[in-house]
Design a protein around this ligand. Sequence first.
Ligand code: NAD
Length: 420
Amino acid sequence: MAADLTCPTNVLESALQQLDDAAALVDLHPDVHAKLRKPRRTLTVSIPTRMDDGRLEVFTGIRVQHNMDRGPCKGGMRYHPCVTVDEVTALAMWMTWKCAVVNIPYGGGKGGVICEPMQMSERELENMTRRFASELVEIIGPEQDIPAPDVNTDERVMGWLMDTYSMQKGYSVPAVVTGKPIAIGGSLGRAKATGRGIVFVTREALRTRGIPVEGARVVVQGFGKVGGAFAELVEELGAKVIAVSDVTGGLFNANGLPIGELSAYTKQNRFIEGFEGGEPITNEELLTLECEVLVPAALENVLTVANAPHVSAKLVVEGANGPTTPEAGRILIDRGIFLVPDILANAGGVTVSYFEWCQGLQMLFWTEEEVNRRLEDVMVRAYHEVHGRSCDLQTDMRNAAMAVAVERVAEAIMARGIYP
Ligand code: NAD
């Protein structure tokens, strides 16, 4: 577990640098640029929580709303000891670009609580979540800000959030969160949507590069909601997942790991540690394995100037948010590695969250096939819009995705003007 305590730094600097680069590329109006460099609203709250031993622990919770010009803020809630205002701000900013790049009518938000959820009981997590939700009631809601799961939060946490908000309002408000249980208005297909979306863009990127999907060697860091679902679904497409890792370390098998068995094992044992289907490797070794596709799907800033020169993948598809520092990104691109940026690659989750919100507002629910078909349409269209833009601008995929996103947000800001 020690690896988990190495907190990423300078994530906000990375996010601002990406915005500044995009601003230069699309000749962004300086007023719009200035507005987008700052979040619209940052709320920090204390969360007094009764622990199982009777103690009162006071956690800190954060919600950042970066931009609302294209629609309500949308973004996950993260429970992690490394949560900071800067990190949440960067993540909220990335949500603004992500929603714009797949062209769904949302702005960006993000939240988090500084805590160690692995060491908390279910009751403690529920107490903390409900108190946090009641502190957020004034600023969240289907028309203003819609939380979703992120690192260490899941549909159970979304259920508590939805229930607390609904209790305060006096009636059920399913559309206040997404990623909630199906029984209270969750969408079919949401649980695997981010991983499925990464599979669609990986397939398109492999085609663009003329690499067959069948037999492609895939390496995945992080075996949680995103990495786990991606690994399962990419295997179904005929690729070979040769290595995966989580916070306890990694596993390698040149012939391909049995992902179905590994998923069943982690459902029972939480972590991949102890699974006997491959050789143990470290997270650091995993990142430099020779493969066609590397998918960092754990935390930020794992690809750095130190390891980027040694990455031996043909494609890096960013499953996590911000897994590559700006300098590392430049090294990878200069080395001819095709990088599919996070705001495009992992946008499948927010896309199906949008579908869930639409279904909740209409009280009309779709089949899983319909959800997956619409997701594929959105992801494939977004991939080709960004790829087309990268060809037109003769730039890499991150710059191109940022150009598409920032222009869409800028258009909305210009159309609305500055209040008052
Ligand atoms: P999760 O908590 O379900 O899984 C995280 C995984 O990363 C776990 O397997 C964990 O053990 C592993 N991990 C944690 N620290 C690690 C370390 N230091 N080294 C190696 N592995 C480590 O979280 P998730 O929802 O899968 O999110 C993963 C990433 O994807 C995050 O960056 C998140 O912001 C991003 N993301 C999530 C979604 C979503 O729908 N859940 C959508 C878009 C982006």
